[in-house]
Write a protein that binds this ligand. Structure first.
Ligand code: ZN
Length: 610
């Protein structure tokens, strides 16, 4: 993606020379009510030899493979005179046309009924298009510009919102395939609000909120005011805005209860799909995704791991760096809402609680490093397999793992170096993000070494906590800010059976976690728990009652069925490992001035009032 701007400049200078090579699409929606769109693609100057046309199997911002080819049908090829050409579907999403003339037209129907940041959705209210889910492309012509014209004159009040360059007449332009694929497009009767921001170089850019929802204009205007406050806090971390291509950044927001929902970052936009009835009344709940995705316009879209470059549309890129790309983004997404005043210090400590519990208690973090967690994303990020995996024991999400790592590094920089994680992000931005030089894990370590002027610290931190599986001393670190990390339920008995599902009076284990009493007792996924300590376990209440009647170390009889066979075993209760983080004031301890200052400098607004 770092080549986008160079390519844009080149194409402006020689637009006429390239014009005859442009791949142009026309999209219409005659059967939107039944979730179909009709796409035609014109490919000029096709080289001799077999022409291969395919659908993508991955999508920018997603890290696992998706089979977009499954929703394409009635694909046909024609030559310049309109004569149909023979084609061979050589794989599910690959079509070969051995004999053709100079110009080839491809037409197909695409079905889409899944509204999120990854797939496509067509209905009478909108065309919600993630580009890889919608557009086929010819193989070997990635550098050719794309033109797309949307035909929607039969739809009431539809308008287009996209980061693609508008050419007028419902037509849009992308410099090449990579840019096109990164440019989700919403066509709907949406409402919008926008505001201008001035960058450090004096250039004015515009940020747009585009909302397809059941809200009135006043709600959208108010929400834009909230977003502006959030954006200002992001700017304070990075020191400057990215240069958005064509001067615009778009929040493409889609809010309906039957949406699938997620947030997906792109270079100059984000697709945010949420499931509440409206925005109004849910503003604060919806804000977390906005904060996360907007942070990505620096971290990932420009400060970008080398492993994601170039983005591979036939097979997911495997990445070592998602603990920073996603995890640090996750940390800041929440932190900046506290700094902006949308979340309280109590909310922040609850968020930290979740992170620290996961990183200290999950077997996925005990036995695997943040780099290994990042590499598992190719399977974990909405992967398509239906068989069982051992994910619960071998994987902790790189979002959580990375955010917990960011938390520790932020406090260590503050406590030991009079620096902050903001300083580190700015240093990375200057070295790799702004110049768009894709980075590696050693580059991240090098920047930490030069920022702290302490290469030994950087080497040690990366060896233990990034390449390794050691854990930071969170209790000691958090105390700097007057937060106490302690056992949530000291002295309480624990079985590891928290996630039983009860169906027809059967207590079924949906998973077993390494190291828990029930795992050690030999029970497996799918086993049905019958009795514990002689008591029938028909519901959660029965299980809780038996557990609460015991102490850690007590041993009880357990009966269960395994593959339909009744078995018995013994279970030794452990102590509940759950942790919590509470402010020292709430524990009866005293918040010193040093703690208060540390906390304020960390969690209070960083926006300097002029
Ligand atoms: Zn993300």
């Amino acid at each position: 993606m770092k080549k986008f701007l160079g390519a844009a400049l080149f194409s402006l200078l020689s637009l006429s020379a390239l014009a005859q090579n442009e791949i142009s699409y026309i999209v219409s929606f005659p059967n939107a009510i039944h979730h179909e769109a009709e796409v035609s693609m014109l490919i000029p100057n096709v080289p001799s030899g077999t022409l291969t046309v395919r659908m993508s199997r991955s999508s920018p911002g997603r890290y696992a493979t998706h089979e977009f080819g499954k929703n394409v049908y009635s694909l046909k090829a024609f030559d310049g005179s309109g004569k149909e050409l023979a084609l061979n579907q050589s794989a599910g999403d690959v079509y070969e046309i051995p004999n053709h003339g100079k110009n080839v037209k491809i037409t197909y129907t695409i079905f889409g009924n899944w509204i999120d940041g990854t797939y496509a959705g067509f209905d009478e209210t909108h065309a919600h298009m993630n580009i890889p889910a919608t557009f086929a492309f010819p193989v070997g012509m990635d550098n050719r510009p794309r033109l797309v014209k949307f035909n929607y004159s039969d739809k009431q009040n539809w308008k287009v919102a996209t980061q693609l360059k508008p050419l007028g007449n419902n037509s849009y332009y992308a410099t090449n395939l990579q840019y096109f694929m990164d440019s989700p497009t919403e066509i709907a009767d949406y409402k919008s609000a926008s505001w201008q921001v001035k960058n450090t170089d004096g250039k004015i850019q515009t940020i747009h909120l585009v909302s397809h929802s059941n809200d009135d204009q006043k709600t959208i205007d108010n929400y834009a005011v909230m977003l502006k406050k959030m954006v200002d806090e992001h700017l304070a971390v990075w020191g400057e805005f990215p240069t958005y291509d064509y001067g615009n950044y778009y929040f493409l927001h889609d809010v309906y209860p039957d949406n699938a929902g997620d947030g997906m970052e792109h270079r100059n936009s984000t697709s945010i799909v949420q499931r509440t009835p409206k925005i109004e009344g849910y503003e604060l709940n919806l804000l977390g995704t906005f904060s996360h995705e907007y942070f990505h316009s620096w971290n990932v879209e420009r400060l970008r791991p080398k492993t994601l470059e170039p983005f591979n549309f036939t097979h997911s890129n495997i990445s070592n760096e998602l603990w920073l790309a996603e995890g640090f983004t996750q940390y800041y997404g929440a932190l900046l809402l506290t700094r902006a005043g949308f979340k309280t210090v109590g909310d922040a400590s609850q968020t930290f609680s979740g992170l620290v519990n996961a990183v200290l208690n999950s077997p996925g973090a005990k036995n695997y490093s943040p780099i290994q967690a990042s590499r598992y994303a190719v399977f974990a990020d909405a992967g398509v397999a239906i068989d069982q995996t051992n994910k619960g024991n071998i994987f902790l999400s790189y979002y959580t793992y990375g955010a917990a790592t960011a938390l520790a590094l932020d406090i260590r920089l503050r406590a030991n170096f009079k620096l902050t994680l903001d300083d580190y992000m700015r240093a990375l931005w200057k070295a790799y993000g702004k110049p768009e030089i894709a980075y590696t894990v050693p580059d991240l370590e090098k920047t930490l070494a030069s920022l702290t002027k302490n290469p030994a610290f950087a080497a040690d931190f990366f060896k233990r906590y990034i390449y390794g599986t050691e854990k930071n001393d969170y209790a000691k670190l958090l105390l700097n800010a007057g937060f106490v990390l302690r056992k949530a339920n000291p002295g309480k008995a624990y079985t590891g059976l928290m996630r039983l599902t009860f169906a027809d009076g059967n207590a079924v284990l949906p998973q077993t976690t390494i190291g828990t009493p029930v795992y050690n007792a030999g029970l497996d996924v799918g086993d049905v728990l019958l009795t514990m300590d002689g008591v029938e376990i028909k519901d959660q209440a029965a299980l809780t009652k038996v557990t609460e009647a015991h102490n850690p170390g007590d041993i009880v009889n357990l009966t269960y069925t395994h593959h339909g066979e009744t078995k018995s075993t013994k279970l030794a209760f452990a102590e509940d490992p759950a942790l919590e983080i509470v402010s020292i004031e709430k524990t009866g301890g005293s918040l010193t001035n040093a703690m208060q200052n540390f906390r304020n400098n960390w969690l209070n607004t960083q926006v300097k009032l002029k």
